[in-house]
Design a protein around this ligand. Sequence first.
Ligand SMILES: Cc1ncc(COP(=O)(O)O)c(C=O)c1O
Length: 277
Amino acid sequence: VLIGDPMYATYEGLIAQSGARMVPVPLRPEHGFRMQAADVEARITPRSRVLFLNTPHNPTGAVLRAEDIRALAEVARAHDLWILSDEVYEEMTFPGVTFTSPLDFADFADRVVVASSISKSHAAPGFRSGWCVGPAEFCERLLPLSETMLFGSQPFISDMTALAVSEPSPVAPGMAERFARRARLIADTLGGTSGLGVHRPEAGMFALVDVRATGLSGLDFATSLLDRHKVAVMPGESFGAGLSGWVRLSLTQPDDRTTLAANRIAAHAARTLGNAA
Ligand SMILES: Cc1ncc(COP(=O)(O)O)c(C=O)c1O
């Protein structure tokens, strides 16, 4: 399974439990963390079966462009790979950014499986409810498998999910707007003065900050920030080796708390840089 690195942390275990082998494909900041077809092509072997996409992406907030997807899908077709696309943040695409799914390309649809859920779009992770779209033959085989795994799911939750996805989410656009605004607040506070780099997300609930200038790993920066300033961020390393020296900030806190946290992060970076000088 070819999959972007960094990645949402649970993928590794999911892939391993199926007996497949995970082959990380680097997602690079200079390409806006968008997966490049050439990077996939370079890692394909005769045993490759699946190209795993995540758009919009956690933790980078990158949204694949139509031309990225076409190039990736061409590679998948040339090597007869399935395309599995996790689109759980689809409705949290920021204003002005266009979301594209591999399912939008009719000529590739016979090899595309899309997975999503109501966890993000309806702020309802506790219901553990989602869905999958794929070719009929694939879904026929998936159904008995999913029945054995999900038989504890309550019918009223399935009915509620079916209703929820039959129309646009009433809450997602508001969340997307707030999260985009907070990503700007963080970039404005940290950009330039702190020595830290902020990668501007195009969707989702997170912003990445590059702390390599401090000389600390993401883990050391996150731990010392928590100890000294009581601000909790995720170390980039928890999303794969490619994100070492970065941290992930949540955009879900109110604006004033987000600004307060960004100021504390800037102060922490300034102090760390001062100590290093
Ligand atoms: C990229 C990605 N996919 C899937 C999920 C899981 O969603 P669910 O709550 O529906 O299992 C998450 C949750 O953080 C995620 O970030």
